[in-house]
Design a protein around this ligand. Structure first.
Ligand code: NCD
Length: 332
């Protein structure tokens, strides 16, 4: 039997394949902008996507489901799979996925609350797409991020990228770092509070791929000559009480004053969602205790009118890039 084409981690994509996917994503984007659905719905008619989200999502789920339907696919699934599946009765995810795979969906898109989609995927015959697994990876986000950089900056080499915020728990920056490591002469500056520094596995990979990286807490200096500024949310839901959150969240916030230190042609990205100051989030701590944490905005909405702001275009790119990815996964 043919081996399923999974999307599990960003590093599985080679440069040649990325170029091919981006050419297709550009074509998909033209169809989306012209609403030429008769061109796209004939691409994967009658194929079926399962969409299972064990963690909250707005962009990833909606863009995947929209992508599938615009390609002519059928979609089944759950936006709250943890609650509305037999996991709530104590079933293991391995059992659930074995059964679902036996119904022969053409692809299963999973957002999981724990790392380890690779092991789930290895046990079933359906292709699996990782739509974010715990603090692990988010490969389709990294591809749409890279597509955005190519579209806006015109290149994927010789770039200075500044990543700000939660490097430890942020799966988007982890996956994007893997992809940037595939191109020559890029430099990543990680600006993170000490507690949320980028982990060793990524730093080792970058060293192995001869990509220069810097770790600093000097945001102003890092931004000064950046081509790409990539802000991220502090992932309070990965277990942070208020004192910890307050200590790490106030550190690095992107405001218009900060952003205006960057070169004119720099772009400001963010995977979204950004948090609204004062929002209350319920968080489960490692000891099982549930606490409420008051959040602080890491990306000031006043930046939206700055010409460098690219995050809404970035979010849009999720649709054409995921259309191209579904087409690739399901190619005969
Ligand atoms: C990100 C995620 O889920 O990892 N969101 C997204 O998919 N665009 C980023 C985040 O939640 O902070």
């Amino acid at each position: 039997m043919k081996r399923p084409r999974h999307i599990l981690e960003a590093q599985q994509f080679e440069v040649g394949l990325i170029e091919q996917l981006f050419r297709r994503a550009e074509w998909m984007s033209r169809q989306v902008k012209a609403a030429s659905w008769e061109q796209t719905t004939s691409i994967l008619p009658g194929r079926m996507m399962y969409s299972l989200f064990y963690e909250p999502s707005t962009r990833t789920r909606m863009s995947f489901e929209t992508a599938a339907k615009r390609l002519g696919m059928q979609v089944l699934g759950s936006e709250d799979a943890g609650t509305y599946s037999s996991r709530s009765k104590g079933e293991s995810d391995d059992d659930s996925f074995q059964v679902m795979s036996s119904y022969r969906p053409d692809v299963i898109v999973v957002r999981h609350d724990r790392e380890g989609i690779r092991s789930l995927a290895s046990k079933i015959s359906s292709p699996v797409i990782n739509a974010g697994d715990g603090a692990g990876q988010h490969p389709t986000q990294a591809l749409l991020d890279l597509f955005t950089i190519q579209t806006k900056c015109g290149r994927l080499e010789n770039l200075k990228i500044v990543m700000i915020g939660d490097m430890k728990n942020g799966r988007t920056v982890r996956s994007l770092a893997y992809l940037l490591g595939k191109y020559t002469n890029n430099q990543i500056t990680f600006v993170a509070p000490y507690e949320l520094k980028m982990s060793g596995d990524i730093l080792d990979y970058l060293t192995k791929h001869k990509l220069r990286y810097i770790e600093t807490d000097n945001l102003a200096a890092a931004i000064k000559d950046a081509d790409v500024i990539y802000a991220t949310r502090i992932q309070a839901e990965r277990g942070m009480d208020q004192p910890t959150y307050d200590r790490v969240a106030g550190h690095f916030r992107v405001t218009p004053a900060e952003l205006n230190r960057a070169p004119q042609q720099a772009i400001l990205m963010h995977p979204l969602p950004r948090v609204g100051t004062g929002t209350i989030q319920k968080v489960k701590l490692a000891n099982g205790e549930v606490v409420s944490v008051k959040l602080l905005n890491e990306l000031d909405p006043a930046c939206d009118s700055n010409p460098r702001a690219a995050y809404f275009d970035q979010a849009y790119n999720g649709l054409p890039v995921r259309m191209a990815l579904l087409e690739w996964v399901l190619a005969d």
